[in-house]
Design a protein around this ligand. Structure first.
Ligand code: GDP
Ligand code: MN
Length: 420
């Protein structure tokens, strides 16, 4: 689950990270009032679940795809500007009136950045925060490093809007320090990072405190990523977080009921929300036209690869898990069929603990209940295969059978092609 910047910075602040003062607003008048409280000089920032806002552009909904194309194909269009006439998602304002105008220009429009995709994102809220006089921008993040199986702190003295470029062209400019989760964040880690970024004295202490707070935020919220970019050194010598990004591991949400309220469903894919509501946990929407029902994440990956190998594109990733409940299969198919781009469905089941006959029954039930009108290819193997095949046989439904995975993928691609 992704959070908005205004939510992430609150969590960082609770864990001891220095952030600027600020609050969220949903109208220009509110933005003006907050700016007045903060002394007038503020930054007004679109709150969407995507980065690259500073270099993004605000447009009407009808213009988003065109703008996305412009930003991604011509780098000249994708140059940062937080002041001036080019209206992006981050605006500096020097008076409450300017803050009001900035909010009016941002709210209710679609922000397109290289991270939003061609649909852009509707801006419903802005963060109004104290303006920072930035002397230098740094990058600081904590992630769970799946390869190492431990948290990892990443930092760079070349932070700011070009960090992706730095990661690409000069990866050595990003320092990486793993944290042993049993030992926790030991003080030397903060000092080491501070030294590597070139901080000394008072600033090194401030930086180390922020790095510790960042790590504590990662652990406390079961985040997979917490990022501060930029972390700013101000002209008067303070180190402060100017941006914040936080993603919570969905698998840990059950133990963070308090964070559930921070969810913004408007930012999430409606199909994925529907899948969660129906108890189909591992569903990710993709851009292709072949819906996939598979048991096991590894098999789901292999199925997607095989579809591609056969010349097709999967419409989703879906792992129904080890379930012996036909209704779960019905739910999975229900979610897949909501996607209008689905032209064929591939059911690929390797029955281990899950029984092939129960899953076959689910497909048959779904076919009858949901009146499936796209071709369904079935590849079944494993526990109770004979019983499953018998059910399919006797159902009299037009289910396309395949015995091998590649054969199944080819049949699905063919079926999707002729249905399209
Ligand atoms: P992002 O583009 O979505 O990552 O949004 P950021 O919050 O990182 O803002 C983009 C850029 O705007 C930053 O890298 C800064 O250069 C600039 N910026 C943001 N807030 C301030 C501020 O308070 N003062 C100044 N001078 N620049 C800011
Ligand atoms: Mn940023």
């Amino acid at each position: 689950m992704k959070l908005h910047e205004y939510q992430a910075r609150d969590l960082l602040a609770q864990n001891g990270v220095a952030v600027t003062g600020g609050r969220v607003a949903s109208t220009p008048a509110e933005a003006k009032a907050i700016a007045a409280e903060l002394g007038g000089k503020v930054v007004v920032k679109a709150q969407i679940h995507a980065g690259g806002r500073g270099k993004g552009r605000l447009v009407a909904q009808s213009e988003t795809a065109h703008m996305f194309h412009k930003l991604t194909t011509d780098p000249a269009n994708n140059s940062g500007q937080v002041k001036g006439d080019r209206v992006g998602g981050v605006r500096l304002a020097d008076t409450p009136e300017e803050a009001e105008q900035a909010a009016a220009a941002i709210l209710g429009r679609h922000l397109v950045s290289i991270q939003t995709g061609p649909e852009g994102k509707l801006v419903k809220n802005v963060l109004v925060a104290e303006q920072t006089d930035i002397a230098k921008e740094y990058y600081l993040a904590a992630i769970i490093d799946g390869m190492q199986g431990s948290p990892l702190i990443m930092a760079s003295a070349e932070g700011g809007q070009e960090i992706e470029v730095v990661a690409h062209t000069n990866p050595d400019a990003i320092v990486r320090v793993p944290v042993n989760p049993s030992a926790g964040f030991e003080p030397y880690v903060g000092r080491l990072l501070a030294a590597q970024l070139g901080f000394t004295g008072e600033q090194a202490d401030q930086f180390a405190k922020i790095a510790l707070g960042l790590y504590n935020t990662l652990v406390a919220t079961d985040a997979s990523l917490v990022e501060i970019n930029p972390l700013a050194l101000t002209t008067d010598g303070r180190v402060v977080a100017v941006d914040a990004k936080l993603t919570i591991d969905d698998n840990a949400l059950f133990r963070h009921k308090d964070l559930e309220a921070l969810r913004d469903k408007d930012e999430e894919d409606p199909l994925e929300i529907k899948a969660q509501e129906l108890g189909v946990a591992n569903f990710i929407k993709l851009d292709g036209n072949i819906g996939c029902v598979v048991n096991g994440a590894g098999l789901a990956m292999a199925t997607m690869d095989t579809i591609k190998l056969a010349g097709g594109e999967p419409a989703n990733f879906l792992d129904i898990g080890t379930v012996n409940d036909p209704q779960r299969v019905v739910s999975a198919l229900q979610v897949i069929l909501e996607d209008p781009s689905v032209k064929a469905i591939l059911v690929n089941i390797f029955g281990g603990m899950a029984r092939v006959d129960i899953i076959a029954q689910g497909v048959i039930d779904a076919h009858r209940q949901l009146k499936i009108d796209v071709p369904v290819v079935m590849r079944l193997i494993g526990t109770n295969l004979a019983e499953g095949e018998k059910l399919v046989e006797e159902s009299g439904l037009p289910l396309i059978r395949a015995s091998g995975l590649f054969e199944a993928a080819k049949k699905a691609v063919e079926a999707a092609g002729s249905a399209a």
